[in-house]
Design a protein around this ligand. Structure first.
Ligand SMILES: [Zn+2]
Length: 88
């Protein structure tokens, strides 16, 4: 599999890193840590390889399995925003 060498959004250079990545799945928020990613040095957008995405999806689809017990917890605040503020 060929790796992308530039950010799809800003064309910045990518570097291999591990990141924290949060996804919403139904009424759950899942925070993955130590996720391998190619991260844009310019805009910080992370890009994930197919197998990494597959693994995160597999985890989300099997949330109820005992083998998927959380390894930590975070406080999550949910706020409903009203209408978008008018541009200045
Ligand atoms: Zn970028």
């Amino acid at each position: 599999m060929q790796q992308e060498q530039a950010c799809a959004y800003c064309h910045g250079a990518l570097a291999d890193q591990t990141v924290r990545h949060a996804v919403t799945f139904g009424r759950h928020v899942i925070v993955f840590t130590d996720v391998p990613a190619r991260v844009c040095r310019q805009c910080s957008e992370p890009f994930f390889a197919g197998p990494v995405v597959d693994e995160m999806n597999r985890f989300a689809w099997n949330l109820g399995d005992s083998s998927n017990a959380p390894t930590g917890d975070l406080s999550v605040h949910v706020h409903r925003l009203g209408a978008a503020p008018a541009a200045a």
